[in-house]
Design a protein around this ligand. Structure first.
Ligand code: TXA
Ligand code: MG
Length: 522
């Protein structure tokens, strides 16, 4: 098939309308993204859309109309909330879902008993619908899974030879697809955020909720309110990872990664290869440029790109929703105080792991050293410990840690009390020392609740025999004492279950294990 490139003059629009009326496929501009249109009432034509895009057949299409009243025959009933939204927002980038009428076939609705309808603001789109003389079913005009096209050339990249024609109407005004809202439940639900925001909709019809999948994605066993949300989306070939960090921290992070690229804002001080998507604090500019930026990334030929995180409010929610899917939900969270929480069983060999992290340029915060520091420096803490455990724990003005350990050993109530006094003070000091990429080395990480402040948790484990041997050599104690220390610890299973990664110190190469983990998380 030879795909015609049409202009926006009347003659070409009439021709495009005729192609659609006769059961063909025409891609056309809208204010959001380019759509791939067919006669919504012609089942055979609609099937061709799914084939051209490689779209799963259970993912329904939006039906586009050119006049408000044209929604009436498509739905069972126009509810008062639907009428209010139509009056307030048609035409604009808002799609509403209602129970469908008998003229909507199962192919358009992906087998659902509802239909999604929208009246685009773009005049060329509306003229085309009028010229066709029928409602037009149109998904975004990209190959399924790729970023939606915001320029005619991207439609050609994906669809050349698969569709009858594309109308070149220049760049799309908004750049992300329409807001999709279902009016079927009593409290309407936004299934996909867009340029018509939650705030704008609530000003007209009162409270609406946001589907959980919008910001968080879906677990494998959940059913999607909007089938489109369960599929891989907007993904360039380059692997995208979002970095949750402030501007300066983001710049430091990406500038140290020479083999990757950055997807950042205009004006960011980035020295590696970069593609920008709009300006900070201007979500409309980010929306307009995001898909274009994702497509251009593949042209610069790097394996990985680190993207600056968008805001999640207003139009930013639409930007975040698309980018987080392009990134397959991979987010490096540098806003947590500690990049890595490192813990594990006593004698498992955490020290070696820490030394390697230091070699790699990480700041390593040694929580044991911090405990010693605050025992020496924090008079208020010592006073509280004396109140609780008696003056005997102080010897010549200095805390006798051995004495304190004896008091709490084998007394779980006292141990708990001690931890409740010491852990918060230790964590406060550790956080003061945290900056950039850092590792919190904490044998008592879980006991102190510090896992919440770490982006990823790594545990180090080793076979019991090996640990015994190490503890006896390191601390010069008997086998019995070593064993009772080991028994007082959390089980290997606990560490495994509560960690993102486990380093097994059983003779296999630890550096290789760490390199692999860092490859995965950064
Ligand atoms: O801005 C837009 O909406 C663009 C332009 C071309 O109008 N169209 C577009 O269509 O983005 P598409 O097919 O790429 O995305 C439509 C989304 C899909 O996630 C689909 O699952 C959802 O809307 N959808 C459509 N009908 C639905 C229904 N009856 N119930 C729930 N979700 C529906
Ligand atoms: Mg789409």
């Amino acid at each position: 098939m030879n795909t015609k490139i049409l202009s926006t003059d009347e003659y070409d629009i009439a021709l495009a309308g005729e192609i659609i009326r006769n059961g063909g496929l025409v891609a056309f501009p809208t204010e959001t993204v380019y759509g791939l249109g067919a006669n919504a009432l012609d089942d055979h034509a609609v099937k061709k859309i799914y084939a051209a895009k490689g779209r799963p057949s259970d993912n329904p299409l939006i039906v586009h109309i050119s006049k408000k009243e044209d929604i009436v025959p498509l739905v069972k009933e126009i509810t008062p909330k639907a009428q209010a939204l139509i009056d307030a927002f048609f035409p604009s980038p808002l799609t509403i879902i209602l129970p469908k009428s008998g003229i909507i076939g199962n192919t358009v609705s992906g087998g659902l008993d509802t239909v999604a309808v929208r009246m685009p603001e773009n005049e060329i789109a509306r003229k085309l619908i009028q010229a066709a003389g029928c409602p037009i079913a149109a998904p975004s005009a990209n190959t399924s899974g790729l970023p939606s096209p915001t320029k005619a050339k991207y439609v050609i990249d994906d669809m050349n030879g698969r569709i009858d024609a594309v109308i070149d109407g220049g760049d799309c005004k908004f750049g992300v697809e329409s807001t999709v809202i279902t009016l079927v439940p009593d409290t309407p639900v936004i299934l996909r955020p867009g340029a018509v925001t939650q705030e704008m909709i609530e000003a007209v019809i009162g409270r609406v909720s946001i589907d959980k999948a919008v910001l968080e994605g879906m677990k494998n066993d959940e059913t999607a309110a909007s089938p489109g949300m369960k599929y891989k989306h907007y993904s360039p070939k380059t692997k995208v990872v979002i970095v949750n960090a402030d501007k300066g921290e983001y710049e430091n992070f990406v500038n140290a990664r020479k083999n990757a690229a950055a997807l950042c804002y205009e004006g960011d001080n980035v020295t590696i290869k970069k593609v920008t998507y709009g300006r900070e604090e201007d979500a409309l500019s980010q929306a307009r440029e995001l898909f274009d930026a994702l497509r251009r990334l593949d042209e610069i030929g790097v394996g990985k790109v680190y993207a600056r995180i968008p805001q999640t409010n207003g139009v930013g929610m639409a930007v975040y929703n698309r980018l987080i899917r392009a990134a397959a939900f991979n987010v490096i969270d540098l806003k947590k105080p500690f990049t890595i929480g490192l813990t594990g069983q006593t004698g498992a060999g955490k020290g070696f792991v820490c030394r390697y992290f230091r070699e790699l340029g990480f700041t390593v915060i040694d929580s044991d050293a911090v405990v010693k520091y605050i025992y020496a420096q924090n008079a208020e803490l010592l006073r509280r410990l004396c109140d609780e455990f008696g003056q005997d724990i102080i010897e010549k003005g200095v805390l006798d840690r051995k004495r304190l350990a004896e008091i709490v050993f084998n007394d779980s109530v006292k141990l708990k009390k001690l931890n409740s006094i010491v852990h918060p003070a230790v964590m406060e000091e550790c956080k003061k020392r945290a900056h950039g990429l850092c590792v919190l080395d904490a044998p008592q990480l879980f006991e102190a609740g510090a896992q919440r402040d770490c982006y990823k948790i790594i545990s180090v484990t080793a076979p019991t025999g090996l640990r015994m041997q190490r503890i006896i050599e390191r601390d010069g104690i008997t086998a019995d004492m070593a064993m009772s220390r080991i028994n007082a610890q959390l089980s290997e299973e606990f560490y495994t279950d509560h960690s993102d990664f486990v380093i097994k110190n059983d003779g296999s190469d630890i550096k290789i294990q760490i390199d692999r983990i860092l490859e995965e998380i950064l």
